[in-house]
Every structure is written in structure tokens, then in C-alpha cells.
Design a protein around this ligand. Structure first.
Ligand code: C2E
Ligand code: MG
Ligand code: MG
Length: 504
């Protein structure tokens, strides 16, 4: 017998032996053949008649079986033997722990209560054992469909609970519910029979619908029951208001998927006025979604959904192409060439973006200095090195870059040095308070003088009144954009305004 594998503990054992003359505990022991096993060991010192230490006496026993039994008891206590998922007890303890954490970080969480539809029927017609196999497969599919951080557990019967601890927004829980339902929509095979399953899901949100595991699970259960009564195997939130929000979102998401092929996007243009010359020196292209019979939807409403679903990539590309196409039409019509800015969303960022942009400039024969791209601070923070590379490509091609919504992001100052930016756009939230709000006025003034020091141009967004304009002019702002001069307008009225203002 050897006890050589836990060297680290010998010092501790020896210390105790020298003071107490004995030690007992569990150690990893090794057989002569080299394999190891857990051993319960007690060691005592043996002294001769003169009190001199002569021997140690080891008593040990192999406790492998006891360990296995303990592990089994642990598994039985905290895991569901059928699916190997955490059981009710484990779910409660995980949830309580996560709730403490969420309280601290002021996070959201969600509990999804999933119940299979007509499972009793399957149980009755196939018998227990096939039904068990089916449940195990359901557990496997749910775990696979979700992320590692999400907890999938089985409460018993055909009831599963999914706990989401790190959702950004309450609406995200619906996306997870759809994913879980989609995972069960594929046919199951049991004993050569194809079985189609469906389920109903109820969602409760932390902290809105409950602040402890018990309440969250109960409310998710209530919502599941309502979903089941509606009978169309879907999901429902516990709160009515969340259901309305999620329905609206779903409708919008569906429509957005078809908006491109149905040609429902148009561009509006908002002129930018140079304060020194009183001429229009640029314009911002702002996308609009026009659904026949429903009017215009603002990008503030649909861009976040497009970003979340990835639809921003084709939509963003459409904006770039439509801008180039419009520029071509204006050039052909003899309109004074004035640069147009397009907004780029952080999700659009990719190594290929400069190539895509250059491709459209080339296709429509547009000089690169007529295009400007607006990026946000969050894009800069993304993955700085690759963003720097992308911006250098833009700069090398002669494309102007401006930093949109400046002042609303983080660590702006250190970024300004690293990136080849030409213009800062003072966010409208600061312009709004000018000149009455002392803080807003001070921030705007500071941004302007900082931009001057860094040799950047500066434009104020959202200028609505004459007094805002006067203040900004006095503070040294170069350019303004806002309702005071013009709202975003369609291409033709914009061209008209450009001719009148610039006298060309
Ligand atoms: P942004 O780029 O900061 O655009 C300025 C927004 O402020 C526009 O809203 C514009 O209509 C509005 N605005 C301009 N002047 C004034 C004013 O004097 N007062 C007030 N209250 N508002 C003013 P819009 O067109 O609704 O666009 C909202 C945001 O949607 C944009 O903010 C931009 O972030 C995003 N967006 C718009 N078009 C696109 C696009 O083609 N691609 C991407 N990725 N985002 C876009
Ligand atoms: Mg913008
Ligand atoms: Mg802005």
C-alpha cells in the first residue's frame, strides 16, 4: 500500500502527528499495480518504554463502495434519474442562488414552464417504458437547444422547467421559448413509431412576476396553463402587458423578413448645414419602413429588432446600395455633389464591409468622398483591432467617418486618438437642454472645444430652436442638423432644398 499521491497533505499530517500522536482521514491510496482508490486511514504513533518514537501504525480500508453510494445518493437527491437533468430540489437551489446574484446585479431572469401536450394519451397508448424513453429524449433535445448557462430541469411527469439567468431583455425569453418548441417539433421515434409532440410554455420574469423561486415557478405554471387552454401549442407570458409586447414584436419580425423583397424601405434625407457659409454641406440618409396601409415605421422601432435577428445585414446593405443609386441619379440630374452619410450598425461590422461598400461605389460610379459612414461608440468598443483595420480601409479609400451619438457611449476620449475619425456628432440628448440646462450646455461646449483641439469637425444633431443654434454658433460648432433647418425628407424635396439653399 502506498499513500504517495497526495504529497501536499503530508506536511499537514506530520504536523498533527507530532502534536497529537495520531491522524485520521481519507486519502487517495495506490495499489502495487498502480491503480488508485479512496481509503479511510488512521495513523497512530508507537513509542517504546523510554518514550522514544519507534513505529507508526496504519489502519486503512478501501472506501470505494461507500463513495459510490454517496455519489448515487447525491444524484438521486438532486437529479432526475430518467433524464439526468436537475430535479425539483436542485432547480430550487440553483434558482435561489441565481436570484440572489440577479438582485445584486439588478439583472433580469426568466422561468419557462414547459408541459407536453396530450402526453397522457401517449403514455396510455404506448405504455410506461416507451413514454420514459420519449421523456429522456425530450430532456436531451431541450438541453441541446439551449445554451450551457441555461438550466433545464424536470419537475416530474411531463413537466420541464427552464431557467434563464442572463437575458438582456424580457422579450428574449420568448425567443428561447420558440427555440425550445422548435426543438420538440421534429418527429420522435419510439419503437418504430413516429410520434409528433407539441408543448405549451408559460413564462415568468424576474423580478416583475416574482422575487423567489416558488413564486416564479408558480406564475410560469399559471401562464403555461393559459397557453394550454388557448390550445395552439405556443407560449404565453404571465403578465398581460408582456404578451402584447411580444406579439407586436413577433408581428414586426415577421414583416421585417419580407420587407426587403417587398420593397418597403425608402430613404429620407436630412440636410446638414454649415454655419459659416449657410450652405448644405452634407446629408444623412435615414431609412424608413413603409408598410402599405399601415404608414411609416420609424427606424428607432425596427432597427433594434433587425439587429437582434441579423436582418440588419441585408437591410444595411440595401441602405448602402440605395444611397449610391440615389447619388448616381442626382449626379446625372446635375445636382451639386454633396456627401451623404449612412448609419452603420455594430452588427453590420465585418471584414468584408469595406469591400461591399467599395463595390457599390464602383458599381454606380460614385467618388468615395461623396460617401460618409456614421459609426457609434459601441462599434468602436467591439473588437478594437479589427475595427481599426476596417476604418483604415475606409480612410484609405477616401471615405469620411463620423462618430454618431457622441457622448452617450464610454471611454470616448481614448478611442478618438486610435481611430481615423473626421467628425463628432454631438448627441441630441445634450442639444435638447441647450441653453437652459447648465449641464447639457457645458457638455456641448466641452465637446466642441475638445473636437477643435483634436482637429475634428463637429456637428450638433437635433437642433430644433433658434436659441440652440445661437448657443452652438457662439460655442464654435461647425455644422448643425435638426428640425430647425429641416426634418428628414424624401429625395426630391431634399434636392429642391439643396438647390434653393446653395443657389446652384
Ligand atoms: P441617428 O443616426 O442619431 O439619427 C438622427 C435621428 O434624429 C433621426 O431619427 C432623425 O429623424 C432625428 N432627428 C433629426 N433632427 C431632429 C430634431 O431636431 N429633433 C428630434 N427630436 N429628432 C431629430 P430616425 O430617422 O428616427 O432614426 C433614428 C435612429 O435609427 C438613427 O439615429 C440611427 O441610429 C438609426 N437609423 C436610421 N437609419 C438607419 C440605417 O439606415 N441604418 C442603421 N444601422 N441605423 C439607422
Ligand atoms: Mg446617424
Ligand atoms: Mg445620432
Amino acid at each position: 500500500m502506498r499513500l504517495g499521491t497526495e504529497n501536499g497533505r503530508w506536511a499537514e499530517i506530520q504536523r498533527q502527528m507530532s502534536t497529537d500522536g495520531k491522524w485520521s482521514g481519507e486519502l487517495e491510496a495506490q495499489r502495487k499495480g498502480g491503480d488508485t482508490y479512496p481509503a479511510s486511514v488512521s495513523i497512530s504513533s508507537v513509542h517504546d518504554a523510554a518514550g522514544k518514537l519507534t513505529h507508526y501504525c496504519f489502519v486503512f480500508s478501501d472506501i470505494s463502495q461507500r463513495r459510490q453510494a454517496e455519489e448515487q445518493i447525491y444524484r438521486l437527491a438532486y437529479f432526475d434519474p430518467l433524464t439526468n437533468l436537475p430535479n425539483r430540489a436542485q432547480l430550487y437551489s440553483l434558482l435561489e442562488q441565481a436570484i440572489l446574484e440577479a438582485h445584486r446585479k439588478q439583472d433580469h431572469g426568466a422561468v419557462l414552464f414547459l408541459d407536453l401536450n396530450r402526453f397522457k394519451h401517449i403514455n396510455d397508448s404506448f405504455g410506461h417504458s416507451p413514454a420514459d424513453t420519449l421523456l429522456a429524449e425530450v430532456g436531451r433535445r431541450l438541453s441541446h437547444a439551449l445554451r450551457k448557462e441555461d438550466v433545464v430541469s424536470r419537475l416530474g411527469g411531463d413537466e420541464f422547467v427552464i431557467a434563464l439567468f442572463d437575458i438582456n431583455r424580457r422579450e428574449d425569453a420568448a425567443a428561447v421559448a420558440r427555440k425550445a418548441l422548435a426543438a420538440l417539433a421534429e418527429p420522435f421515434f419510439v419503437e418504430n413509431h413516429e410520434i409528433l409532440l407539441s408543448a405549451s410554455v408559460g413564462i415568468s420574469i424576474f423580478p416583475d412576476d416574482g422575487r423567489d423561486a416558488e413564486t416564479l415557478i408558480r406564475n410560469a405554471d399559471v401562464a403555461m396553463y393559459r397557453a394550454k387552454q388557448l390550445g395552439n401549442s405556443g407560449y404565453l407570458y404571465y403578465s398581460r402587458e408582456m404578451n402584447l409586447r411580444s406579439l407586436e414584436r413577433l408581428k414586426m419580425e415577421g414583416g421585417l423578413r419580407h420587407a426587403l423583397e417587398r420593397n418597403e424601405f425608402i430613404l429620407h434625407f436630412q440636410p446638414q448645414l454649415d454655419l459659416a457659409s449657410n450652405r448644405i454641406i452634407g446629408t444623412e440618409a435615414l431609412v424608413r419602413w413603409q408598410i402599405p396601409g399601415q404608414g411609416m415605421i420609424s427606424p428607432a422601432q425596427f432597427i433594434p429588432i433587425a439587429e437582434e435577428t441579423g436582418l440588419i445585414i441585408p437591410i444595411g446593405e440595401w441602405v448602402i446600395e440605395a444611397t449610391c443609386r440615389q447619388l448616381r441619379a442626382w449626379l446625372d440630374a446635375g445636382l451639386e455633389p454633396v456627401k451623404v452619410a449612412v448609419n452603420l450598425s455594430p452588427r453590420q461590422f465585418s471584414q468584408n464591409l469595406p469591400r461591399t461598400v467599395m463595390g457599390y461605389l464602383h458599381k454606380y460610379g460614385i467618388p468615395a468622398d461623396l460617401l460618409e459612414v456614421e459609426i457609434t461608440e459601441s462599434m468602436l468598443m467591439h473588437n478594437a483591432d479589427s475595427v481599426v483595420a476596417m476604418m483604415q480601409e475606409f480612410a484609405a479609400a477616401g471615405i469620411v467617418m463620423s462618430l454618431d451619438d457622441f457622448g452617450t457611449g464610454y471611454s470616448s476620449l481614448s478611442y478618438l486618438k486610435r481611430f481615423p475619425i473626421d467628425t463628432l456628432k454631438i448627441d441630441q440628448s445634450f442639444v435638447r437642454g441647450i441653453p437652459h440646462d447648465a449641464n447639457d450646455s457645458a457638455i456641448a461646449t466641452a465637446i466642441i472645444s475638445m473636437a477643435k483641439a483634436l482637429k475634428l469637425r463637429v456637428i450638433a444633431e437635433g437642433v430644433e430652436t433658434e436659441s440652440q443654434l445661437d448657443f452652438l454658433r457662439a460655442a464654435g460648432c461647425d455644422e448643425i442638423q435638426g428640425y430647425w433647418f429641416s426634418r428628414p425628407i424624401p429625395a426630391d424635396p431634399y434636392a429642391q432644398l439643396l438647390r434653393e439653399t446653395n443657389g446652384t
